[in-house]
Design a protein around this ligand. Structure first.
Ligand SMILES: Cc1ncc(COP(=O)(O)O)c(C=O)c1O
Length: 402
């Protein structure tokens, strides 16, 4: 039987010391947040008596919850501050479950929702056959302009007026440019629909005031993962200025979506919120600058990246042009991922490249030149393993409290 500690040691040596991670869905935490994740909070339970009436006057049916109760108040207060919103919950265990919670709070069985199609980067979880099936929801798709990788704002507003959904949900897994939400907001008002935003990918950018400001642009509810561009532990959150939606979500969380919220995860998320309060602006700006610089540098190497005419990206992601990759380099995106992985360069098999983790590791625009060269050479089957590991050795966790 393999030694389990050796499996983790080997993994950490590779992923934290030798490899450069360019998967946009992942990030790394500060040492302070990692320590909190292993704190005694990880053992503890809470059960607010709101969900279990008739058990006395105390706030919690479990006892010994002084610390976790204080952390709940602190963490949610920080989330309200960082995202400029009146109600926040860090309880959802993941972005997927936060999305489920939002669907439950905003819809009834038989309702219709409008979402972004998976061909346009929409999240698979919101597709027919997945979350909407549990809740008996009908799913339609928002008109999208693949040339600008964005919603077609007028056509999307018309679709809302015509289909009269109860919920319009923007946000995606492949997300490059901010949405124009003005027309959608107006159309949602006309048909009394909720406008929701799954910010799983862009949460760290939004925390730093980059990409877009969903609440100032009329969004009713935001759900997200806390571990993609936001450099927290794997988890989720839900934010809203609407007390009615927020309370409904909190009423349905217990026993429908989950029970224990994992308090160590919440403590670690609160630590990262503190880091974002202090450094979020600089971090988010650098992520976008790095995406644009990496796009330019890859382009110089003839490595096909989409949307050059639009500056490649306004997010932490770049999108490999799969057709051009096949035509010019004879590679499918997953073959590219294999060649890069063999050289300590980690990208996913669907053609997304993310700058969020290398930026967290302190990389700047000039480093994008190095990364682009290494990627292009690895894609051409050159062995650059050692150079990648050396480059990785020069990076250091940044935007953290000292
Ligand atoms: C847009 C979007 N929403 C939700 C999720 C699910 O997030 P989690 O893994 O935190 O459940 C993902 C995952 O990649 C995603 O891309």
């Amino acid at each position: 039987m393999p030694d389990l500690r050796e499996i983790v040691r080997d993994h950490e040596r590779w992923r934290l010391q030798e490899a450069v991670n360019l998967q946009p869905s992942e990030n790394v935490m500060s040492d302070a947040a990692r320590a909190l994740l292993a704190s005694d909070f990880v053992h503890r339970y809470t059960l607010p008596t709101r969900y279990a009436p008739g058990l006395g006057d105390a706030k919690n049916a479990y006892r010994g919850t002084r610390g976790t109760d204080a952390m709940e108040t602190l963490g949610e207060g920080l989330a309200c501050e960082v995202f400029g919103v009146s109600h926040a919950s860090l309880k959802p265990l993941s972005g997927h479950l936060a999305g489920f919670l939002m669907l439950q709070a905003c819809t009834h069985r038989g309702d219709r929702i409008l979402v972004i199609h998976p061909e346009h980067g929409g999240y698979d979880g919101y597709m027919p056959g997945f979350l909407p099936d549990y809740l008996g929801l009908k799913v339609d798709f928002l008109p999208f302009d693949a040339k600008t990788w964005n919603l077609d704002p007028k056509a999307a507003a018309d679709a809302v007026l015509q289909k009269r959904p109860q919920l319009v949900l923007v946000g995606a897994s492949l997300i490059l440019f901010p949405y124009n939400l003005r027309w959608l907001r107006g159309a949602c008002d006309d048909v009394n629909a909720v406008l929701a935003y799954d910010a799983s990918h862009v949460l760290g950018l939004i925390a730093g005031g980059e990409f877009q400001r969903p609440f100032l642009e009329g969004v009713d509810v935001v759900t997200a993962s806390t571990h993609k561009s936001f450099p927290g532990p794997q988890g989720g959150l839900l934010l809203s200025n609407r007390a009615d939606l927020f309370d409904r979500a909190m009423d349905t969380i217990m026993w429908r979506t989950q029970d224990n919220a994992n308090w160590a995860r919440i403590a670690a998320t609160a630590q990262v919120l503190l880091e974002m309060k202090a450094f979020g602006k600089a971090y988010a700006k650098q992520i976008v600058a790095n995406s644009q610089a990496l796009g330019k540098q890859l382009d110089k190497w003839g490595f096909p990246v989409k949307f050059k005419d639009l500056g490649f990206s306004r997010s932490h992601q770049l999108h490999v042009d799969a057709a051009a990759l096949k035509e010019k380099w004879g590679l499918e995106p997953w073959e590219l991922a294999d060649r890069l992985e063999a050289n300590n360069l980690i990208v996913d098999a669907v053609g997304r490249i993310g700058t969020n983790e290398v930026t967290r590791m302190g990389a700047k625009e000039e480093d994008m030149q190095t990364i682009a060269g290494l990627m292009a050479r690895a894609a051409r089957s050159e062995d650059v393993r050692k150079e990648v590991a050396e480059f990785r050795g020069g990076l250091h966790l940044s935007y953290v409290m000292t």
